[in-house]
Design a protein around this ligand. Structure first.
Ligand SMILES: Cc1ncc(COP(=O)(O)OP(=O)(O)O)c(N)n1
Ligand SMILES: Cc1ncsc1CCOP(=O)(O)O
Ligand SMILES: [Mg+2]
Length: 193
């Protein structure tokens, strides 16, 4: 996931992550990023993904996903409802939804989510205002409740990704462990390894 915090260089980090072998990039423009900036970032990330046959999603701002021609989007509790997001993106797009418990997860899938982002798996400082970490057990509870892929998110490090896969995660989503690393390529490669 892109890191648009001041002082970070999202494009360089995306390039490193793709070179290391990440399959999916989610463009996640934070609130201070204008639509124009988010669109331009998405167009550039999408071009990098297309060159390598990787997938590009856009968080929250589905109009930008559509305008840029991205593969889909992701919505959470403060964003468009999943069913509305599905109507906007159409039947074939990838649509992720955030869920922290089995009930929300089942509802999101019934409403059209094609994968679920589940967390925070562990404590994180990347996003404020999050509930307590749910740990591998929380990931397992959701993974057992649905048949779509579960993506564990929040405080994920390469060291701890294995616990999440063992709990039923299909993938992990990462911001800080790659973007905050002294060597983002090496950090991303460690995840892939
Ligand atoms: C893969 C994935 N999982 C969860 C989220 C979080 O979405 P949301 O809860 O809407 O929070 P923001 O990312 O919008 O701040 C995600 N983006 N991706
Ligand atoms: C957007 C979001 N939602 C739950 S945790 C999180 C941030 C993930 O970032 P990091 O990988 O740095 O903990
Ligand atoms: Mg959101």
């Amino acid at each position: 996931m892109t890191d648009t915090r001041p002082g970070r260089n999202p494009l360089d980090i995306v390039a490193a992550a793709l070179r290391a072998g990440f399959d999916v990039i989610q463009v996640r423009p934070e609130d201070h990023v204008t639509d124009r900036e988010a669109y331009e970032l998405t167009v550039r990330v999408l071009a990098m993904c297309r060159e390598l046959g990787r997938t590009c999603l856009v968080n929250d701002r589905l109009h930008i996903a559509l305008a840029a021609g991205a593969d889909g989007g992701h919505v959470g509790a403060d964003d468009l409802p999943v069913a509305a997001a599905r109507r906007i993106l159409g039947p074939d797009a990838i649509l992720g939804a955030t869920a922290r418990d089995p009930q929300t997860a089942r509802r999101a899938v019934a409403d059209g989510a094609s994968y679920l982002g589940v967390g925070p798996a562990f404590a994180t400082t990347t996003k404020s205002g999050l509930p307590d970490a749910i740990g591998p057990a929380g990931i397992r509870a959701v993974a057992q409740a649905v048949s779509v892929p579960v993506v564990a998110i929040g405080g994920v490090t390469a060291d701890r990704a294995g616990e999440l896969y063992a709990a039923g995660a299909h993938a992990v989503a990462v911001v800080g462990a790659v973007s905050g690393a002294a060597d983002p390529f090496a950090a991303a490669a460690e995840f892939v390894r």
